[in-house]
Ligand binder design. Structure first.
Ligand code: NAD
Length: 282
């Protein structure tokens, strides 16, 4: 792809995605509705690139070139026609629909509009755009520069050509794309979140301590981190929200969120971001 790319949303995910695009040689625009988020986002990306240089993982000239290719915009109207726009804004249906409807005006004639949503229906978002056949899910994982996978999610209306080009693009930025169909939670959260939820049930029922549950899953299943520590990293509010989506949209009891998970969220124990979840953080 020769055209510029835009990332909308300069939060945790948008920053990582824009960094990866700029490092891979694309001109990458980054936009956020909150100007301060753009500033912090760009500073954060520069800091990550500098860290790469300090650690010897990145040549100084490559970091400088990536910084050069990264452009922040204060308004979408500053965008040049983009071959791809990736939306990574707040996980709310109305926010995403509004962002996508605005963003689609800045695509080239065959440009692709993608969303990084974790839980909202790709099919439903596609239906709100003018070209649902050129709409696709590009589900990146946190931290984006380190995580290999892009779950490429095909909505009901997504064309084969869009999927093919999205896969090709994801490979060009050094990621490993794997395709799946649009269904609540896609594959990643459909499998991961019930496992985390079950670990919380184990804790609630006194089957074992948090440390023991995580230790068993790490050493016995060869997982790099236990499910409760992972939930703290993701955010307990995010885990609860995704379980609620699975429960609502798949309609089965087995997806009911564990009451202890809900209680922690109600108490403001959200995991690492609030310094207290299943574990305490300094
Ligand atoms: P975040 O809260 O860190 O960032 C979201 C950003 O979107 C904020 O800076 C906010 O100001 C901005 N925003 C809100 N409304 C906007 C608008 N109308 N226009 C432009 N920007 C707007 O959230 P995040 O963790 O980066 O998540 C972003 C998306 O990525 C969500 O859809 C989330 O489900 C998905 N996701 C998150 C993770 C994760 O681990 N954090 C992993 C995979 C996917």
């Amino acid at each position: 792809m020769k055209e510029p790319i835009a990332v909308i949303g300069a939060g945790t995910m948008g920053r990582g995605i824009a960094q990866v695009f700029a490092q891979a040689g694309y001109q990458a625009f980054i936009y956020d509705a909150i100007p301060a988020a753009i500033e912090t986002g760009v500073k954060d990306i520069h800091r990550m690139l500098d860290k790469g240089v300090e650690k010897g993982k990145l040549k100084p000239e490559d970091a400088a070139a990536a910084k050069e290719r990264l452009r922040s915009v204060r308004s979408l109207s500053e965008l040049k026609p983009c071959g791809l726009i990736v939306e990574a804004a707040t996980e709310k249906l109305d926010v995403k629909i509004d962002v996508l409807r605005q963003a689609q005006k800045y695509l080239t004639a065959d440009g692709i509009l993608a969303t990084n949503t974790s839980s909202i229906s790709i099919t439903q978002l596609a239906a709100a755009t003018d070209h649902p056949e050129r709409f696709v899910g590009m589900h990146f994982f946190n931290p984006v520069p380190l995580m290999q996978l892009v779950e490429v999610v095909r909505g009901l209306q997504t064309s084969d050509e869009t999927v093919r080009r999205t896969i090709e693009f994801a490979k060009s930025v050094g990621k490993t794309p794997i395709e799946c169909n649009d269904h609540p939670g896609f594959v990643s959260n459909r499998v991961l979140m019930p496992m985390i939820n079950e670990a919380v049930f184990c804790l609630q029922e006194g089957v074992a301590t948090a440390e023991a549950i995580d230790g068993i899953m790490k050493l016995g299943m060869n997982h790099p981190m236990g499910p409760l520590a992972l939930a703290d990293l993701i955010g307990l509010d995010v885990c609860l929200f995704i379980m609620e989506v699975l429960h609502r949209d798949l309609g089965e009891d087995r997806y009911r969120p564990c009451p202890l998970l809900r209680k922690y969220v109600q108490a403001g124990r959200l995991g690492r971001k609030s310094k207290h979840g299943f574990y305490k953080y300094e």
